[in-house]
Design a protein around this ligand. Structure first.
Ligand SMILES: [Fe+2]
Length: 399
């Protein structure tokens, strides 16, 4: 849980979360700091913040009495969802990011539990998933980028369920771009969150196998849509459009997908949306058997296959959801600096806010500099693959 506490309550053993702090506001090139001793405590205090956010899953928490007075910024999942009427006012990216982190963390817990229940045949209650979809819609309505920017927060180990969370987020974003509202967005979010529930029944050694799958393993892997559909039906789930996504999200417009080889008009909009969201998130994620494709390369690949594997309108909407240069992309600036995209500019997607961190001329890291390209003569010359430069860009943005 993320908890905001007064800085003077910090003590060794706590983990300070810096993920929602703007890079220009602090000197640490990290997303968080474990306070190991008094010297790291002094280092944090020297930053001059009145309050800080601690992550109680990564470090020590306050003692009980202190907890009562600290403001909890990440409510437990049992807390009632605020009504949409009072919680859809637009928020700034960095303000929404705090809430989005809380939603993302709860999403991780909820989907992990859904997968565990599916594995043991105990799937029965979908209220948490439905409430989670509501929270995600509210966040994306308040600010369309904050929750989307967290979709790359996953590791090779938690990929299976965090991928479901990401696909839910992308499906809601795509639905909004396509003009869908209300119950449609709810169903899209729920469908994304549940789309790979069948993977709960695929052995981990197959899901996480680094090399090529044998024929039998491949058959098992490709059974996950059918397994997921069957598990949901067994659990009494009956929403047709969601079940269709679960069963058919690997179909292609060309008819070359699975499990049924559905083609073009046989694939309804929700399932077309799921297909684009699923593939974009899968290829931009690090897996045991491949490194993440840069987001810009993934967009190019999807655009190239638009009208073939993917619905063209949905593929176009994806660019609007994630931007021409999605958050986390590494770009080369006309000022001979490498930068990472840290915030989108929805009025001009070619001019996002970036964090410049590397001088090409000096071949050296520089002190990170935030540049709003919309108010600058500097332009993006190209998108770059961090792997080709041997750079890890994730530490230079809010991850
Ligand atoms: Fe899948």
């Amino acid at each position: 849980m993320l908890r905001q506490i007064p800085t003077d309550k910090l003590r060794p053993g706590m983990y300070v979360d810096l993920s929602s702090v703007n890079w220009i506001d602090h000197p640490f090139l990290r997303s968080g700091i474990l306070i190991e001793d008094d010297s790291s405590l002094s280092e944090i205090r020297a930053a001059g913040w009145d309050n800080v956010t601690i992550d109680t899953e990564k470090g020590a928490d306050l003692v009980d009495d202190e907890r009562i007075v600290a403001s909890v910024i990440c409510a437990p999942k049992s807390v009632a969802i605020v009504s949409p009427d009072s919680s859809t006012a637009p928020t700034a990216f960095h303000d929404e990011l705090v809430t989005a982190h809380g939603i993302h963390a709860r999403a991780s817990e909820i989907i992990r539990q859904v997968m565990a229940d599916a594995r043991t045949g105990q799937l029965s209650d979908f209220n948490d998933v439905s409430s989670l979809a509501d929270e995600m819609i509210l966040s994306i309505t308040r600010n369309s980028s904050a929750l989307v920017s967290l979709t790359s927060l996953k590791t090779r180990d938690d990929y299976t369920f965090m991928h479901c969370v990401s696909v839910g987020i992308f499906m809601i974003g795509l639905g909004r771009q396509l003009g869908l509202t209300g119950q449609d967005l709810q169903l899209l979010g729920t469908a994304g969150l549940l789309h790979d529930v069948g993977k709960a029944e695929v052995p981990l050694e197959v899901l996480n196998k680094p090399g090529a799958l044998t024929m039998d393993e491949s058959v098992l892997m490709r059974a996950h849509p059918t397994l997921g559909y069957a598990a949901l039906v067994r659990a009494g789930y009956s929403v047709e459009s969601v079940l269709h996504v679960v069963l058919h999200h690997h179909e292609k417009l060309t008819g070359e997908g699975y499990p049924s080889g559905l083609a073009s008009d046989e694939i309804p909009l929700f399932t077309r949306i799921a297909s684009v969201a699923d593939v974009y998130d899968a290829v931009t994620s690090n897996r045991v058997y491949h490194s993440a494709m840069p987001p810009t390369a993934a967009l190019r690949m999807i655009r190239k296959r638009a009208g073939l594997d993917f619905d063209s309108t949905v593929a176009q909407a994806l660019i609007k959801v994630v931007g021409i240069y999605p958050i986390g992309s590494m770009v080369r600036l006309s000022s001979s600096l490498l930068a990472v995209v840290s915030e989108l500019n929805h009025h001009n997607t070619a001019k996002p806010i970036v964090l410049a961190f590397y001088s090409i001329q000096k071949e050296a890291y520089i002190k990170p500099e935030r540049i709003d390209l919309a108010g600058s003569d500097v332009v993006i010359e190209s998108d770059e693959d961090p792997l080709e430069w041997g750079l890890d860009v994730r530490r230079f943005w809010h991850l």
